[in-house]
Design a protein around this ligand. Sequence first.
Ligand code: SAM
Length: 333
Amino acid sequence: MTASRRQLIDAFGRIHNNLRISVTDRCNIRCVYCMPERVEFMPREQLLNYEEIARFVRIAATLGIDKIRLTGGEPLVRKDLDELVHKLVGVEGIVDVGLTTNGILLAPVAQKLWDAGLRRINISLDTLDAERFKRLARRTGLEETIEGVLAAKRAGFDPVKVNAVIIRGFNEEDIAPLGRFAREHGVEMRFIEYMPLDAEQLWEREKVVFAAEILDVLASEVAPLAPVPNPDPRAPAVDYDYLDGGGRVGMIASISRPFCGNCNRMRLTSDGKLRNCLFALQETDVRGMLRSGAPDDQIIDALLKSVAAKWEGHEINTARYIQPDRAMHSIGG
Ligand code: SAM
């Protein structure tokens, strides 16, 4: 079989076409659910450079990877990210390059990223209240994030998706205001259930605000909603449309409706470790291969082996769950 005919299919028949690439473990904020206040970042020389990332993507594309999402840490703290976008958009077989960002540094570079070929953008914003922002992110930045959302709209991103994690005792009051904000500005709100990937192991099931509860709040305080017919079965979000035509909301219900059965995602950390799941306990070092001049076949083999070893699903809802050593900021959300 030639490399170009091979695909990333796991033992459960799931075909993987989606690669999330973390470009840094650094971040300019310290969200309580993601990162510790004090953190030792990886030395810069351990991070893959843009040429190394592009080579890995060229190889992965021969196995059917066609969608890339850049994430972090905060990807926009990495210099000249538009240059990486430009490189990846040009890789044969890659049809879609997206970015997940906290938006604080976005406004000045949104147009540059669009011009480089970025077409999908998700901006994280958990609250519209400056005090709660400071409590959740342990830094300021609300105004800059909102500026970033508006700049993304102006640059042409459509839809602009805004991601919020709702944590009981922190920001339930923000559900309806965020819903209204999204409608007012023509952006798509997506609510993510809080997952046990925080650095300080503060996660408790009681703190998770489930999608059903969020939908109830939106329906009663913003406007009635109905599920979107014929959803994309591989997408993590289940979408709902406002019945008054006020736009769309997505629910990423990782805990109450795990979507592992449709998972099509692989991950590359900023220090070049290949992971087959956010919750994986094992990873494969591809940086060593990239830096020692390993042939493409060796990296193809690593990808095929990693996907073959993928579990059926995360175990969050079972007693077997073991939290990975790396927190979210270091894996890449
Ligand atoms: N810094 C960028 C950002 O803020 O979007 C990209 C990285 S961040 C890790 C990616 C996404 O993961 C964000 O939307 C964030 O809210 C989400 N996230 C982080 N920790 C999480 C957790 N414990 N549970 C659910 N989502 C989480």
